[in-house]
Design a protein around this ligand. Structure first.
Ligand SMILES: C=C(O[C@@H]1C=C(C(=O)O)C=C[C@H]1O)C(=O)O
Length: 449
């Protein structure tokens, strides 16, 4: 039996905000706390300190299993008093594959500092004041505003130093070396030409090895600064900054940001966003890839949502490392009184064509054969949920998984369609790893690995 989870949400007092270094209206300073959990975009979102409970699951039923455990602990929906993300709350990371032996987890912090973006909150546009939530599984503990503030200050005092740099820190091969991966992509392209499959997303990993311990807070802080418009996530060793919103559910209002189509900015230093737009729209391959990604999402959401709205014209999303062709999809669900939760919808739409391919089943079999690695949490849903079914799940891209104090796997993947050039895809995979490698203070090795 899961221990019952109780919570209290209170406004963050000015005094505590000052003690936590939160006077500039951004949650950024809290990422320096050792072990902090984070979901931040443009300085807003949620930071978790300490840990009250953890729910784990593996296998095909991992979404439903986690949801059942969280519901049992919170006594069902309805705990959030008015604001999405207040009340009972958990950070979430779910593996890409149902076959992965790696655990999918919901982590309930001891304290959550919440300051979501105004337009994501239930107040729809009104600005939200930051709050504190304290969470407990001890039935004898009395949750008071004073305790919430005292616990936040106590936990925030545990700071994590930055990593000491060493010339011996290195980027080393992962499951496949660069030549092996290029050969695997070439096999993927010929498979597309022979089989009933239009797109497969092929990923690769590299392993960062460091002399002194990796600092989670340093990675999170650097990503949140450099990739302000992305969702920076840090969930127990899964750290990155994703530009792609798998699914956001706030009060039955559902949104997703679909990406497909990538141009490496480093390869085109003089190009402007207008050049990128012209290049995307002039490329039948890019437009085709993008259309496949939207169609897949729309068809997965259809059973839940009769009215689906998506941008008729895709837009160009400009990031420091790449440009993407992007489309925002939004939809209202649950008018019949059976609103699906963020976990329900994440399960329904994952894995999208953006990270798997089309058709999904054939693509996933080919990927497993060619990539020769378990993706673990890479390309899986990462984000948060509350007890009322609200939540946000990004796709865990542009990220790293710390697998020891001094080593981390960094991932990057590319949509492969008929006519894809394996060497260009290799360059694109490095472009997608650049945010994390930069955050480590490392570069792509000068010789092939
Ligand atoms: C698979 C990744 O990115 C995905 C693939 C893209 C593409 O192939 O153009 C673009 C954005 C993402 O949907 C990754 O970053 O690892």
């Amino acid at each position: 039996m899961a221990p019952p989870l109780s919570s209290l949400t209170v406004p963050l007092s000015a005094g505590t905000a000052e003690e936590l270094g939160l006077t500039a209206g951004t949650l950024g300073p809290l990422t320096a706390v050792a072990g902090a959990l984070a979901w931040i975009r443009e300085g807003r979102g949620f930071v978790g300190l300490g840990e009250t409970a953890r729910f784990t699951a593996t296998g095909p039923g991992r979404f439903a299993d986690l949801q059942a455990q969280f519901r049992a602990a919170t006594g069902g929906a309805g705990q959030a008093p008015g604001l999405a993300g207040s009340g009972a709350f958990a950070f979430a990371k779910i593996t890409y594959s149902k076959r992965s032996p790696v655990a999918s987890e919901l982590i309930v912090p001891r304290v959550v500092v919440g300051h979501p973006e105004a337009s994501f909150s239930r107040t729809h546009g009104e600005s939200v004041r930051p709050w504190l939530t304290i969470l407990s599984t001890d039935p004898s503990e009395e949750l008071t505003p004073e305790l919430a503030h005292a616990e936040a200050v106590r936990l925030a005092a545990l700071r994590e130093p930055d990593r000491e740099r060493s010339a011996a820190d290195a980027v080393t091969p992962g499951a496949l070396g660069e030549d092996e991966w290029v050969a695997a992509v070439a096999t993927g392209v010929s498979t597309i030409n022979q089989r009933e499959v239009t797109k497969i997303v092929m990923a690769r990993d590299v392993v960062v090895r460091t002399e002194s311990p990796i600092s989670r807070s340093e990675l999170t802080r650097r990503l949140a600064r450099a990739y302000d418009s992305c969702w920076t996530y840090s969930v127990d060793g899964l750290i990155g900054a994703t530009p792609e919103m798998l699914i956001r559910v706030i009060d039955g209002h559902v949104q997703a940001r679909v990406l497909a189509g990538t141009i490496d900015r480093q390869a085109r230093p003089d190009a402007t966003i207008d050049d990128a737009r012209a290049e995307f729209l002039g490329s039948a391959k890019q437009v085709h890839e993008h259309r496949l990604a939207i169609e897949s999402l729309v068809s997965e959401l259809a059973p839940f949502a009769p009215e689906l709205v998506h941008d008729s014209e895709p837009f160009v999303l400009e990031l420091p490392n790449v440009w993407h062709l992007a489309s925002d999809v939004s939809v209202k669900v649950g008018d019949d009184g059976r609103a699906p939760s963020a976990l329900d919808l994440a399960e329904a739409v994952h894995p999208t064509a953006a990270v798997c391919g089309t058709p999904r089943l054939v693509a996933s079999l080919i990927i497993r054969e060619l990539e020769r690695m378990d993706r673990g949490h890479y390309a899986g849903p990462v984000g948060w949920v509350d007890a009322a079914g609200n939540g946000e799940f990004g796709i865990a891209l542009r990220g790293t998984v710390l697998d020891s104090p001094v080593s981390a796997r960094v991932f990057g993947g590319c949509g492969i369609v008929a006519g894809s050039d394996p060497e260009s895809e290799l360059l694109e995979s490095w472009a997608k790893m650049r945010p994390v490698l930069d955050a480590f203070g490392l570069e792509r090795p000068s010789t092939r690995i």
